[in-house]
Write a protein that binds this ligand. Structure first.
Ligand SMILES: C[C@@](CO)(OP(=O)(O)O)[C@H](O)COP(=O)(O)OP(=O)(O)OC[C@H]1O[C@@H](n2ccc(N)nc2=O)[C@H](O)[C@@H]1O
Ligand SMILES: Nc1ncnc2c1ncn2[C@@H]1O[C@H](COP(=O)(O)OP(=O)(O)O)[C@@H](O)[C@H]1O
Length: 291
């Protein structure tokens, strides 16, 4: 049993329509989702006892306690493993936290998903797809899509997934003002919970087509998030004056993404934004997600 590593790829809601609300309060979504080629990094090594250590630029925003989604995912995989008569010996998990916390790009969900994948490998337990998806969903609505980490359409509360093989790989900038947004607060502040469904007709095989198609879609959580964090307006204004073909907020915010014609244009725009707004998190990415 050697060291295992996993990446928790950042999730980007390219479009997010809120189409209803269930009796339990959870909202129905229609979301076009892609995953970046960067994110948090987790390593799993044998240890004398279970430990969770944190490092990286955003580790200060988190506690390494039992509430951490990594620790909660570890408990689920251990219970499953032991209940199948197998050993689940102590594991030292190290989380390099590169993604801002509570930022609409699902860092915590991606960490939970990476832990499910990583510990199944670490403890050599074959968790079938239905059990793995159920474990993921019990940790959060975004965790099943983060298990997949490939371009997809998410429906239901985020748990009904259709892979999109043909979505173009998008050169991107991710920009966050380092102000957290509470996901439940953004949902609660929605003015309308019954909005039109997402409609994507054309094949989205090149960057210009994706940008044009996204212009006909929405992120319904953007208006509430803008009220909590006015810096979202500033970021969108800054992306508007860059060479971005399209820009929008992801998830419940406050991270915004800009789509560029090529990686060089994204890098140049990123350099300019970092100079102008040194207090923002500015990250270049490609939406290649899991290999
Ligand atoms: C908005 C989205 C879009 O992908 O992303 P983020 O902004 O979190 O990245 C997700 O729906 C967030 O999913 P996730 O962050 O896993 O949510 P959970 O932990 O399950 O739920 C946190 C709270 O958000 C609200 N919630 C979440 C998902 C959903 N479909 N309807 C909801 O109403 C509920 O109030 C819930 O108590
Ligand atoms: N490993 C983790 N990384 C990030 N957030 C975590 C983690 N474990 C628990 N959380 C909690 O989950 C909440 C949502 O975090 P996050 O997934 O970063 O939000 P978002 O999906 O909006 O980007 C935060 O309040 C945070 O305290």
């Amino acid at each position: 049993m050697g060291e295992i590593t996993e990446t928790a790829w950042a999730k980007i809601n390219l479009a997010l329509h809120i189409t209803g609300q269930r009796d339990d309060g959870y909202h129905l979504i229609d979301s076009l989702v892609a995953f970046a080629d960067m994110g948090d990094r987790l390593t799993f090594t044998p240890g004398a006892r279970d430990v969770l250590t944190l490092a990286g630029p955003f580790s200060g925003s988190l506690n390494a306690d039992d509430d951490n989604l990594v620790a909660r995912a570890r408990a689920l995989v251990r219970d499953f493993t032991v209940s199948h008569g197998r050993d689940a010996p102590p594991v030292a998990i190290h989380l390099e936290k590169n993604l801002p916390v509570a930022s609409g790009i699902g860092g915590g969900s991606a960490d939970a998903a990476a832990t499910l994948r990583g510990l199944a490998r670490f403890w050599s337990i074959d968790i079938g797809e239905p059990d793995l998806s159920a474990m993921a969903l019990s940790l959060g609505a975004d965790v099943p899509m983060c298990l997949v980490s490939k371009p997809l359409l998410a429906r239901g509360i985020g748990d009904q997934l259709d892979l999109l093989d043909s979505l173009a790989t998008l050169p991107m900038l991710l920009v966050n003002p380092l102000e957290a947004v509470s996901t439940p607060a953004a949902f609660d502040a929605l003015e309308s919970k019954n909005n039109a469904a997402l409609q994507l007709s054309e094949p989205l095989e090149d960057i210009e087509t994706v940008a044009a198609a996204l212009k006909k879609t929405r992120n319904d959580l953007e208006a509430p998030a803008r009220r909590f964090v006015p810096a979202v307006d500033e970021i969108c204004a800054a992306l508007c004056t860059s060479d971005a073909l399209f820009w929008r907020m992801s998830g419940s915010g406050a991270t915004c993404y800009g789509i560029f014609r090529d990686p060089v244009a994204a890098r140049l725009a990123g350099d300019r934004l970092r100079d102008q707004y040194p207090h923002w998190w500015v990250q270049t990415a490609m939406t290649s997600g899991a290999p």
